[in-house]
Design a protein around this ligand. Structure first.
Ligand code: HEC
Length: 156
């Protein structure tokens, strides 16, 4: 019986080690001219907030920690990144139409206000991603300002 348990344990360890070889592709693209920050002027405070709370899942540049390399964790966050980028990718902001930008800005404001974004599993680990009411307000304020600018015809 003991022998079977020991064998079972070894097998589990072997499976876990083997799983480590299946690493999802890393989300580490170059910052290009299409990035939100290169498309418009974003106040430093808002940038800090987006960097701390959103960019890991909604851009082509994720800041990884060592434990993100562990199988299961790596798969889970890779899935979050893929799904997050499908909805909203700040790295490719420049390729969006004005209508899409306005709509996504509206969604951002709504998601943050009702506490749906950042994902709970993320802010549970990343304390700096927990947004204060003042931060949520300043994001909403910048969004309103930016949306107004997008609605105005460009005059030069
Ligand atoms: C841990 C990863 C993660 C973080 C961090 C994160 N998001 Fe998301 N976001 C997702 C995923 C996954 C989806 C798609 C599934 C869903 O809607 O829940 C999504 C969807 C969205 C959507 C589209 C929602 C809809 O259904 O229309 C918006 C807008 C959004 N996120 C904004 C933000 C903003 C703003 C932040 C930062 C304050 C943020 N997200 C932080 C993972 C994340």
């Amino acid at each position: 019986m003991k022998k079977i348990l020991r064998l079972g344990g070894l097998l589990l360890v072997a499976v876990f080690l083997a799983m480590q070889f299946f690493q999802p592709e890393r989300n580490s693209g170059e910052v290009t001219a299409a990035h939100l920050y290169r498309q418009t002027q974003v106040p430093p405070g808002v940038q800090r907030m987006l960097n701390n709370a959103c960019m890991d899942c909604h851009s082509n540049q994720t800041n990884y920690d060592w434990y993100h390399r562990l199988a299961l964790v790596s798969w889970l966050i890779s899935q979050h990144i893929t799904e997050g980028k499908q909805e909203l990718n700040f790295s490719e902001w420049g390729s969006l139409s004005v209508i899409d930008r306005i709509g996504l800005l509206e969604d951002m404001s709504g998601e943050v206000k009702r506490g749906a974004m950042p994902l709970k599993s993320y802010s549970f680990i990343h304390h700096e991603a927990r947004l204060s009411t003042a931060q949520v307000d300043s994001l909403a304020e910048w969004i309103r300002h930016y949306q107004e600018g997008l609605l105005l015809p460009v005059s030069e």
